[in-house]
Design a protein around this ligand. Structure first.
Ligand SMILES: C[S@@+](CC[C@H](N)C(=O)[O-])C[C@H]1O[C@@H](n2cnc3c(N)ncnc32)[C@H](O)[C@@H]1O
Length: 305
């Protein structure tokens, strides 16, 4: 069944008044919670400095892409690196000294991310996400992965490793001498081990039409992927900021996980989609693929508690 979320005209008129359209004349005195419709790079100086705990950056990649009328054009690696450098410089003052940030991109964009990010932050890791779906290419390898670069402002930062464990099926169920399971648990659904999260993610698909979180946004991230970033790198009540929010995935997951959130997008329709998803999250607070305090492998929905 196609469960893609679509807005009605009634939704648009109801949700439009919720959008923040501009900053007060002397800027925001406290970090606002909600959705701003506007250009985040231009708005950055209006936001309070040193107030963000976690910045999630999912900017237009170095590809030609149409975001509902706003076209981002592919450019040289040097030009994209310069653009990203300006983006990072704009948001850097908003971060607390203990803040973390994640920057998304595919393989070509990654060439710029490392260079630009290392100028401003401590680059700690590159997560590679096997997103699987992608166009087959006739004279190249199909592009089926993306990178998420993990950076921090300083060497003091949050990393909640126990909040992002992956529950895997046990293939070889070794036992201790007394016959008890060695590092795994026998359950009615099968044998599982909760494993430490690595920088290779194979348990996440892109949102697709049968998932209730799916929208028509062309580059929507999944709630499961975003939940890993938020759980690992923030605490309840912390400020999570996404200045390229698209359909609002970061804000929705931050809200579900009890964080304070702000998302900005230059496209009104995307901002309204974000507000609709925030509204729906009040009655549907679960995150597909995250249950019982752990992340689950693909195709385990039927056995998740
Ligand atoms: C890669 S998408 C983000 C998708 C998002 N993570 C989601 O789950 O839906 C990038 C978004 O940035 C927005 N955008 C691009 N430049 C912007 C700017 N200067 N200010 C605010 N939004 C911008 C685009 O409209 C687009 O929706």
């Amino acid at each position: 069944m196609n469960r893609t979320l679509e807005l009605t005209d009634e939704d648009r008129s109801r949700l439009r008044p919720r959008l923040i359209r501009s900053a007060p004349a002397d800027g925001f005195s406290t970090f606002p919670q909600g959705t701003i419709h506007g250009d985040s790079i231009a708005l950055a100086p209006q936001l309070p400095i040193a107030s963000v705990d976690l910045l999630i950056l999912d900017p237009p990649y170095n590809l030609s892409k149409d975001f509902n009328g706003y076209r981002f054009a592919k450019r040289t690696v040097e030009d994209y690196t310069e653009w990203l450098d300006r983006v990072l410089a704009a948001f850097k003052p908003l971060l607390k000294p203990t803040a973390s940030l994640y920057i998304c991109g595919e393989w070509l964009t990654s060439a710029s991310i490392f260079i630009a990010a290392s100028k401003h932050f401590v680059v700690r890791n590159r997560i590679t996400w096997e997103r699987e779906k992608g166009r087959g290419a006739k004279s190249n390898w199909k592009n089926a992965s993306e990178d998420i670069w993990f950076c921090t402002v300083s060497n003091t930062y949050t990393f909640n490793v126990n909040a992002v464990k992956l529950r895997r099926r046990v293939v070889a169920p070794y036992r201790n001498r007394d016959g008890s399971p060695k590092d795994w648990k026998a359950t009615q659904q099968g044998n599982f081990r909760d494993t430490h999260p690595s920088n290779l993610w194979t348990d996440i698909t892109i949102p697709f039409w049968s998932m209730p979180e799916n929208t028509d946004h062309p580059t929507q991230k999944s709630e499961k992927l975003t939940a890993k970033l938020i759980l690992a790198s923030s605490h309840p009540g912390d400020v999570v900021f996404d200045p390229f929010q698209g359909s609002g995935t970061t804000s929705v997951v931050a809200k579900k996980l009890g964080r304070f959130y702000l998302g900005i997008d230059r496209n009104e329709e995307y901002c309204l989609l974000a507000e609709r998803r925030l509204e729906l999250s009040e009655t549907e607070p679960s995150i597909q693929g995250f249950a019982d305090g752990v992340f689950w492998e693909r195709n385990t929905l039927a056995i998740q508690p």
